[in-house]
Design a protein around this ligand. Structure first.
Ligand SMILES: Nc1nc2c(c(=O)[nH]1)N[C@H]1C(S)=C(S)[C@@H](COP(=O)(O)O)O[C@H]1N2
Ligand SMILES: [Mo]
Length: 534
């Protein structure tokens, strides 16, 4: 019998789309298997060496400041999630491409898969603090993906022009491919799960060291927060920011989990006559100071959320530096910059003069009565009242090096941010919210204002660019914290624009000139438009 037309359901019919679809599926499965095995390997080597984390970190480091600012504005604290999802999407596209290629040229397709492993390994090696073993997760993943892709593609049913003809070795029917695909999925899921368990096991020491860390009582307690600091206006930021609600800004795609029991701090560099290496217990042999201070990020736009206020507990940094023999530049010391380095290789440069001028610059271990949360730098971070976080607030601290601003640029300075960045006076309207609709009559306009280490002397509000009206201030809790403020507005129906400005205790009025966050912090008056119902 002569068949002129193949029947539609004939499984032996040579049809490209079917093979391409299975090739794409093979590519995705191979990528999944590779990532799962890489994750497992990273749990054994170092969490930061996982391929997506390493590539993500390299992308963060290479991102121009303007793009990073855009990402922070656009995605806020979700920027890390967006980055990871973006890398995942690109990887999926590459995996499909490798699968399609492998259907046609198995050697080329598998080579492409392996090449991604090499790319990940290169990214891992380029990270600060990288060691040679950091290539292992990506290489493991790349070669596993290549192997899986090769096996899967070989199992894709071949077009067989003669139903009786034997296929090439290794070719199976569709069910064979399906079984192999399922086995790959199961093994990858197993490897991924094992990786998570192993990761938790690897973090167990750090988790236990934090759980077992009892904050010593302060030698120098802070006075209680004055009762009047909290104005209790609905819709405003609380005076003390709970740790859970405290903003987080850092470049860490995996929060470093440092074991306090093995943590060491090294102090060395120019003008250090007695270099120090201290464990946590030794550090805490010194007097402990409690101090309230507001931390703000240079990336905070006018009216933005990257500000928080906490009660910190720690060792006076100036005393520790003096112990090491350091003198500030004003007393003839050779170093004007203190470079703090974290366990994940971040560097922040702080003026030695500011740290030693008498302000409560701390190596903090406590935040609002608990050990620092991992996200906020456990076991030890720096806090220097009056300076933006990126030039002072090193989390997961591990080294303090004395040098000069002329000799060394820290991480963000190399990315076009200013070397020196004292906090600019700012004020924010928390209520009413932008574009809110409020009833006519008395409306509480309220928020916070900050000018750390200078203090807030006055806050004024104006409506529709009219005269400035003085707001009522919450009680001051020193000069290093923000102050709440409220102004009662007799709101008339219609659309209105509210603006706020603060004056610091040196008498300087917050400038209305608008400037972006780059290179040393945004300026301008927070402006909120509202509608008042008649
Ligand atoms: N190790 C490390 N420390 C860091 C950073 C970082 O990326 N890595 N970011 C800094 C910046 S820009 C700010 S604003 C503060 C934010 O501290 P928080 O996340 O505890 O609010 O941490 C600073 N310390
Ligand atoms: Mo920041």
């Amino acid at each position: 019998m002569i068949r002129t037309k193949p029947r539609r359901a004939d499984p032996g019919t040579p049809r490209r789309p079917g093979r391409d679809a299975l090739g794409a599926v093979s590519g995705l499965l191979a990528a999944f298997a590779g990532l799962a095995l890489a994750q497992l390997a990273a749990a054994a080597v170092r969490p930061e060496a996982a391929p997506v984390t390493a590539v993500g970190g390299a992308v963060v480091d290479a991102t121009p400041a303007a793009v990073k600012e855009w990402a922070i504005r656009r995605f806020g604290t979700d920027d890390k999630l967006v980055l990871t999802l973006g890398i995942g999407a690109l990887l999926a596209i590459a995996a499909i491409a490798a699968g399609l290629l492998a259907v046609r040229r198995p050697a080329a397709g598998t080579a492409l898969a392996a090449a991604f492993g090499v790319l990940g390994a290169a990214a891992a090696l380029s990270r600060p603090e990288a060691a040679w073993q950091d290539v292992l997760p990506s290489l493991t993943g790349g070669f596993a993906a290549a192997g899986v892709l090769y096996l899967l593609v070989r199992a894709i049913p071949r077009p067989r022009p003669r139903p009786s003809g034997a296929g090439p070795p290794g070719a199976m029917d569709r069910r064979g491919f399906g079984r192999l695909a399922l086995a790959t999925l199961a093994l990858s899921a197993g490897a991924g799960y094992a990786g998570r368990r192993l990761g938790a096991f690897g973090d167990a020491g750090a988790t236990a060291s934090r759980a077992g860390f009892v904050l010593p009582p302060p030698t120098v307690p802070a006075p209680p927060v004055p009762a009047g600091a909290e104005l209790r206006i609905p819709g405003t930021t609380p005076f003390i920011t709970p740790n859970r609600a405290f903003y987080r800004v850092d470049t860490a795609l995996v929060v470093p989990r440092v074991d306090a029991d093995t943590w060491r701090l090294r102090v060395h560099g120019d003008g250090v006559s007695r270099p120090l290496t201290l464990g946590l217990r030794e550090l805490l042999d010194r007097p402990l100071v409690e101090h309230d201070a507001t931390l703000t990020c240079v990336s905070n736009e006018v009216g933005g959320p990257y500000a928080g206020n906490a009660r910190w507990l720690g060792v006076r940094l100036a005393d520790l530096l003096r112990e090491a023999g350091v003198r500030p530049p004003s007393q003839g010391g050779p170093a004007d910059q203190l470079v703090a380095r974290s366990v994940d290789g971040m560097t922040l440069g702080t003026p030695v003069e500011a740290v030693m001028d008498g302000r409560e610059a701390l190596l903090a271990v406590g935040m609002n009565g608990e050990p620092l949360p991992f996200r906020h730098g456990f076991p030890v971070r720096m806090i220097v009242p009056g300076l933006y976080g990126y030039v002072s607030a090193c989390k997961w601290l591990r080294e303090l090096r004395l040098t000069t601003f002329a000799a060394y640029d820290a991480y963000w300075v190399r990315r076009s941010w200013a070397q020196q960045a004292p906090v600019k006076t700012q004020s924010r309207i928390d209520t009413p919210r932008p574009f809110a609709e409020v009833a006519a009559g008395r409306v509480a306009v309220a928020g916070v204002a900050w000018a750390q280490h200078r203090g807030i002397a006055r806050v004024e509000v104006r409506v529709d660019a009219g005269p400035w009206r003085e707001a009522r201030l919450g009680a001051a809790d020193g000069d290093d914290t923000w102050r709440q403020w409220v102004w009662l507005w007799e709101a008339a129906p219609g659309g209105h624009t509210l603006q706020v400005r603060a004056t610091d205790r040196t008498g300087a009025v917050q400038t209305g000139e608008r400037a972006g966050t780059l290179p040393d912090g945004a300026t301008g008056w927070h402006t909120v438009t509202v509608r008042v119902r008649g």
